[in-house]
Design a protein around this ligand. Sequence first.
Ligand code: HEC
Ligand code: HEC
Length: 337
Amino acid sequence: MKTWGFLFVACLGLISLMVLPEDGLFYRPEKWPKPLYNFDDNPLTLEGFNLGRALFYDPILSQDSTVSCASCHLQYTAFAHVDHPTSHGINSRIGKRNAPGLMNLAWYPTLHWDGGVLNLNGQAINPITHPDEMGETLEGVLKKLNRNRYYKTEFMKVFGADPIQTNHLLKALGQFTVSLVSSNSKYDSVLRKESNFNAQERRGYSLFIKHCNQCHTAPLFTNFEFKANGIGPNKQIIDSGRAMITGKASDAYLFRVPTLRNIEYSFPYMHDGRISKLKEVLAHYANSSNWQKPKSRELTQKKITLNVNEQKDLLSFLKTLSDKQFLFNQAFRFPRK
Ligand code: HEC
Ligand code: HEC
């Protein structure tokens, strides 16, 4: 009996390996909106994706060669940063914000918690040059890359580039980050009628539609708007969020609604990582009398109380948004050069 059980599990393992996307390159899931990323400007190739992946995992991009993109964006936690509430860069410098998970970026109209970055290809300049992140200059990185035999050859193959310039570096990173598509959670398989929610997940889903979907809108589980969810301003770290970009007082303490895909893994939570457990996030939403100002319209329209069982139901629905295929996709792992 035991042998059969083992064989069964081994077969399942083999099947799951076979259905993993082979190369990890971008794809558009069925029924999703059109992506906003301009693929004409940076046509994807497997070589370009692999080059972007090598750069993503290489500390060569930081000033003292200790920090890579992956130091703050870990695959197993949906490319978020889990060991600190806010990010942790060179010389142990601590940033102001929690590193968000990276997925489905082709659909993002703006990047960062305040929407201050408009283009995924340009985004990487921020971490590379930020003194609390990689603390390097673009000239410094390009000098190192142009001295490196592996990168010289690869950039030549992908972009015909000699010497390697800023736009080549950014486009290569863009080819990797834009390809991080997560669309194979249990929730997705239920939509495709390949599986079913259990009773608890189904109850959680109804609560979700009632209380959460206005802002965390499916299929991306964000409407990309700037909102306040009642956690109140952080008293230690001054961060006025969206207002820093628009200069409008009415945008103070608004942050971009984060996606909830893979949320089980991308702890800690909120723009400043102040909540460490998903259970505690649900406890926050469970009682509208605890909410602090500012609060967005969606949350002032009604009073909410969710009892402990309802919070458990919601939690079990949120876990259906975990996509193991994404979290363990070999194509996104540390590369072997
Ligand atoms: C020291 C930690 C750290 C490093 C290193 C780092 N990031 Fe980030 N990343 C962050 C933080 C924090 C944010 C959120 C910034 C904000 O909202 O102001 C972020 C945001 C992003 C975003 C936008 C995600 C979104 O939801 O809007 C992308 C894309 C990204 N990083 C890619 C990269 C790439 C590519 C690299 C390497 C070149 C990199 N990061 C290196 C911490 C880091
Ligand atoms: C008014 C729009 C709005 C509604 C409604 C809303 N949220 Fe949020 N949610 C946000 C915003 C904005 C943030 C980020 C807040 C911050 O960091 O300051 C957030 C953060 C979260 C986070 C943390 C995500 C992360 O990556 O850090 C979770 C989990 C979450 N919400 C779940 C829910 C659930 C469950 C519901 C329904 C009970 C809900 N939200 C209803 C706007 C909303």
